[in-house]
Design a protein around this ligand. Structure first.
Ligand SMILES: *Cc1c(COP(=O)(O)O)cnc(C)c1O
Length: 361
């Protein structure tokens, strides 16, 4: 690297390793490692894409107005304060890139999303990792880590891979405790699975320094399409819009997302199925003697005695054609993160773990 010197921080970024999706010799693989929607793509979104497919010789609109209007209508938010991105990952990139640089610090929590340090290094800023308390975000630890250099706090609420969340009161306490010059980003990718939670929308409406990010990848079943959005103060959105590529979203992406968000039953049905199967899976794991917190998301973090036992269970599950997520990289070598599937899929996981337990007993 003598001819071309990468920008500061870039060489700190490890190359992304995608999750496994195949098991040699099996065609009945059940992938429960990426928190994908067991009900698949909403039919409404599929129809919208089919209808739009003959128009892709045309450049898409650049202001995302129809999609922002739909999101605004459904969520009761001002469309002028919404920005859309290639997944919420891109919205997170807008905020880190627009508001931080070399010499600045970005705080994330111990078990926070693996993209946060990557996005921080992409901006040339310095990631600051603060501890959680028993797998729950620790508001005081965040506040104690704030320095003159802090520009942004990246918070996943509910958390991934913990599945736990801060109450509204704790979120307010965090927002109150931060200097107004520090942006609080509430990454609410799993908001729809947490009953009664607005994803931080109210805080982002009221405060000058709070940004909420949301995604179509989880409850809306469009992870492969890559659409997300952010909602925050108008000035902040206007700054981020300057670094957004005008054609970042294709018409297919926007049409599908608009149809999905306007589909009155989809999100509700998915949330109901998830709540039922999540309770069932959590109960079954505990019956098998595995620790797991109550989850507010579409996955459950099962904790085993140690890393060796988690690895053995993972191997057993793969032997049954089931792929779940090892989460050692998130600070849980003893954990397996299991996406909540439909009734049959959840049954398959419970049966496989039951057999594994019985074989070891
Ligand atoms: C899945 C997930 C997202 C969504 O990312 P997209 O880029 O919208 O697919 C964001 N944050 C967290 C913590 C997630 O787990």
């Amino acid at each position: 690297m003598t001819l071309f010197t990468p920008q500061p921080g870039i060489m700190e970024i490890a190359l992304y390793e995608g999750g496994k999706s195949k098991i040699a010799g099996r065609d009945d693989v059940l992938k429960l490692s990426s928190n994908e929607n067991p009900l698949g793509v909403p039919p409404s979104a599929q129809e919208a894409m089919v209808a739009a497919v003959g128009r892709v010789h045309l450049y898409p609109n650049t202001d995302h107005a129809p999609l922002r209007a739909a999101i605004g209508e459904v969520h009761g938010l001002d469309p002028e304060r919404i920005i859309c991105g290639v997944g919420s990952d891109e919205v997170l990139q807008f905020v880190t890139q627009a508001f931080s640089g070399p010499g600045d610090e970005i705080i994330h929590t111990e078990h926070g999303f693996s993209m946060y340090p990557v996005l921080t290094h992409m901006a040339g800023a310095t990631p600051v990792r603060v501890p959680e308390a028993e797998r729950v975000v620790d508001v005081d630890a965040i506040l104690n880590a704030v320095t003159e250099r802090t520009r942004i706090v990246l918070l996943t609420n509910p958390g991934n891979p913990t599945g736990t969340m801060l109450s509204d009161a704790q979120l307010v306490r965090l927002a109150d405790g931060l200097p107004e010059r520090v942006i609080l980003v509430i990454d609410a990718a799993y908001a729809e699975y947490a009953a009664g939670y607005d994803g931080g929308a109210e805080l982002a409406t009221e405060r000058p320094n709070v940004l909420m990010t949301r995604t179509f990848s989880k409850i809306y079943g469009l992870g492969g399409l890559r659409v997300g959005w952010g909602y925050g103060p108008k000035e902040m959105i206007e700054v981020m819009t300057r670094i957004r590529q005008p054609f970042n979203l294709s018409d297919l992406q926007m049409q599908a997302a608009e149809a999905a968000v306007r589909d009155p039953d989809w999100a509700r049905d998915c949330a109901a199925l998830n709540a039922d199967q999540r309770a069932r899976l959590t109960g079954a794991l505990r019956q098998l003697g595995l620790a797991c917190d109550d989850s507010q998301t579409n996955f459950v973090l099962a904790r085993f005695a140690d890393g060796g036992e988690a690895a053995a269970a993972d191997t057993a599950l793969q032997g049954d054609g089931i792929i779940v997520r090892r989460v050692g990289g998130y600070g849980f070598p003893e954990g397996l993160r299991i996406t909540v599937g439909d009734e049959d899929q959840t049954g398959r996981v419970i049966d496989a773990l039951t057999r594994w337990r019985e074989a070891g007993a």
